[in-house]
Design a protein around this ligand. Structure first.
Ligand code: PHE
Length: 486
């Protein structure tokens, strides 16, 4: 309706000077008129200038005075023409606000003499406030002084108003808007001579694709993977969640009575409950080192049982993969290696806000002749510096398969304290020598969880919001890309 009115009006008239007046004269909603002008302007049917104005409107109090008269006028009228009236009587007679505002204003205007007794100073007054307000309401101009006084009394307020002025025909003007063909359908192509096609808008954003979304853990994993690859590490194959106790524990010189091997800490498999194949000569050397030592070690001095080693379990750490890899490496002529893995591990633990029975472990190891603890510290510092943690501290720790072992701490500027970020060590000779690695080969290694840095990076404080069936898929869709490091 507004569109037809504007285009029709311009057919016979030079211009529309003011969109506000035009809307009022044609009984149209000004907002709608504005929208139509904007759209017609963008298709160059018309030209128009933006117009901004401050208009003055009456406040609620102003509207009241315009209708009923000002309080000072009521106050004055309540004072008798002759003689006096006591202030108390006036207060009783008048509305509280009329008395309060009216007395001040009437005194200020020198209409009345105020004391305990009140009397008129002039015989006749005009309610200029009411008049001015009425004039404004009718859209009439007011002098500056009256405007200012009404403003300070908060009887009027200014309001921003936008519209258009100088609305004229544009280069593509037509009394009626053309409709364009938008789709390349068979019919449109057949009638292309009669049709006018809408121009392509190459700047328009396309529809967002309904594609897959990476889980935060995968995004953080990618960052860790990149860092390992930049440092020249190769990825180990971790595609077996089921492992034998032998590779998970025994090969790592973890004694068979160790509490971690209890079903309270480890998930054992019911079927198949045992492994079918182990490298027999190596098993023999592992048994030896557990029972009576060798390679300079006294061993654990207990009777090592093959049945324990055969038990299948869900791997409790990816170090099981490291032990398989090092064993494979020991078979050929020795070459130094840098390996890493990031994959799932399982522990039969009580679950809470920060622990689940399964999580992901990040593990790195370097295997070369003559490595020292200094190399381990240096590599850890280089690795964690790439994650944005250049300052580390180490605390002596214990692992059955490493000696020395160190917990890794980093200063967390947000939490303002040192937090544990991983575990590390040098694999023991009792682990490496039975594999057949040369005597002077040392292996430095470290491990950490993927969940912990992910929770910190994404501000998640309950692990169930990150992993498992309670995870909000919308959150996965929307979570930002991950960037770690410096
Ligand atoms: N396997 C250890 C853990 O589960 C991590 C680790 C890896 C420690 C390598 C030392 C060396 O916590």
């Amino acid at each position: 309706m507004a569109e037809a009115a504007i285009l029709g009006f311009l057919q016979n008239n030079e211009s529309i000077p003011d969109s506000g007046n035009f809307a009022a004269e044609h009984n149209l909603d000004h907002e709608e008129v504005k929208n139509v002008i904007k759209s017609l302007q963008s298709f160059r049917y018309i030209e128009a200038k933006e117009l901004k104005r401050e208009t003055l409107v009456l406040t609620d109090e102003g509207k009241k005075y315009a209708a009923e008269g000002s309080p000072e006028f009521h106050f004055f009228s309540a004072v008798p023409e002759e003689g006096t009236i006591s202030k108390d009587d006036l207060e009783k007679k008048l509305d509280a606000s009329v008395f309060k505002i009216g007395s001040t204003q009437a005194a200020k205007k020198k209409w009345v003499a105020m004391g305990k007794q009140v009397s008129r100073k002039v015989q006749h007054v005009e309610d200029k406030v009411k008049e001015s307000l009425l004039q404004l309401q009718q859209g009439l101009e007011l002098d500056k002084e009256s405007l200012n006084s009404l403003k300070t009394r908060k009887l009027i307020a200014s309001q921003g108003w936008t519209g258009y002025s100088d609305i004229m025909k544009g280069p593509s003007y037509a009394p009626k808007r053309k409709t364009f063909a938008t789709d390349l359908t068979r019919e449109n192509l057949q009638n292309w001579k009669e049709l006018e096609f809408k121009e392509y808008n190459f700047n328009a954003m396309g529809q967002p694709l309904d594609a897959g979304h990476l889980h935060p853990l995968l995004k953080v994993r990618k960052q860790f993977k990149d860092i390992f690859c930049q440092m020249g590490f190769e990825e180990m194959p971790t595609n077996n969640f089921v492992e034998s106790s032998f590779w998970n524990f025994d090969a790592l010189f973890q004694p068979q009575q160790h509490p971690a091997r209890d079903s309270h800490d480890t998930f054992f498999l019911k079927a198949p409950s045992t492994t079918r194949e182990l490298p027999e000569d190596y098993v023999e050397r592992v048994k030896q080192v557990h029972e009576s030592g060798g390679y300079g070690s006294r061993g654990y001095n207990y009777e090592w049982k093959r049945e324990e080693a055969n038990k299948n379990l869900l791997r409790t750490h990816t170090t099981a993969v490291s032990s398989r890899m090092l064993y494979a490496l020991a078979k050929g002529p020795f070459t130094p290696k840098k390996y890493f893995s990031i994959d799932r591990v399982f522990r039969n633990e009580a679950v809470d806000k920060t622990h689940l029975a399964e999580f992901h472990q990040i593990e790195g190891l370097i295997c070369d002749r003559g490595l020292t603890l200094g190399d381990l510290i240096g590599v850890l510092e280089a690795f964690f510096a790439r994650l944005g943690m250049p300052k580390l501290r180490f605390k002596p720790a214990y692992n059955p398969y490493t000696e020395p072992s160190m917990e890794i701490f980093s200063y967390h500027p947000g939490l303002e304290k040192w937090v544990e970020i991983g575990n590390s060590g040098m694999f023991r000779p009792e682990m490496l020598q039975p594999m057949g690695l040369p005597e002077d080969v040392r292996v430095i290694a470290w491990g950490l969880s993927l969940e912990r840095p992910t929770m910190i990076l994404y501000g998640v404080d309950n692990i169930r919001d990150l992993f498992g069936h309670k995870v909000d898929l919308k959150l996965i869709e929307r979570n930002p890309i991950c960037r770690v490091g410096i």
